[in-house]
Write a protein that binds this ligand. Structure first.
Ligand code: ATP
Length: 206
């Protein structure tokens, strides 16, 4: 089974050490909650784990291989911003994302997914006209569209209401129960019943 393995990672930003000698392993069926105060380095770590930026030292491998090629095909990375084009509709945004990520999803599938996320009637208007929580739901629809082994999610619950959080938590549970591996930052508890959560804590360095 493919594991994401980080060894001896160090990261410094503007002469400030965020973390050093940090090692972790993310295995199939594992959910890791990455916690820490604002500015501790959570986003920086997630970007390194996703292969989007390089550590100052250390390495990350997936399935004992570097983080490109197959890893990119098996990964969903969602940053803390919704990552949507404001002038495009939800359908257009998701179609574009699917094309970018070689995901085959019919228009019917996109509509069904948006419906499940409570966005009926809002599928074809520019996303800039949606509320923050509705935009977040559009962004998170990607979790239903791409078949992945690894999720790296930065603050996925931002702006969601209680029902939205519950929808995403249900999706999380399905993914983890089917052997997916996820590392997630959130300033709120993940609260997934029957899913064990591991924790990684980053501290603010003085
Ligand atoms: N590209 C960059 N250039 C300079 N400094 C950066 C850069 N990216 C992040 N930093 C700094 O690194 C520190 C950690 O930022 P990061 O976004 O990783 O924190 P975080 O733990 O995700 O915080 P939050 O909980 O607020 O999202 C911050 O002090 C930030 O200013």
């Amino acid at each position: 089974m493919a594991e994401l393995v980080a060894s001896q990672l160090s990261c410094t930003k503007r002469d400030k050490v965020l973390f050093e000698s940090l090692s972790l392993k993310l295995s199939p069926g594992q959910l890791v909650h990455l916690r820490g105060p604002n500015g501790a380095g959570k986003t920086s770590l997630l970007r390194i784990l996703a292969g989007l930026s390089q550590p100052d030292s250390g390495s990350v491998q997936w399935n004992e291989q570097p983080l490109f090629g197959e890893f990119e095909r098996r990964l969903i990375y969602l940053g803390h911003k919704a990552g949507l084009s404001a002038g495009l509709s939800a359908i257009e945004n998701l179609s574009f994302w699917c094309a970018q990520h070689q995901v085959k999803a019919s228009e019917a599938k996109l509509f069904t997914t948006l419906e499940a996320l409570g966005l009926v009637g809002l599928e074809e208007i520019p996303v800039q006209l949606l509320s923050a929580g509705q935009q977040r739901r559009v962004a998170l629809a990607r979790l239903w569209l791409k078949d992945a082994d690894v999720w790296i999610l930065d603050e996925p619950f931002t702006a969601l209401d209680v029902e939205g959080i519950s929808l995403i938590q249900t999706r999380f549970a399905g993914f983890i129960n089917q052997g997916g591996a996820a590392i997630v930052t959130s300033h709120q508890p993940l609260m997934l019943s029957n899913i064990p959560v591991s924790y990684i804590e980053l501290e603010l360095q003085s």
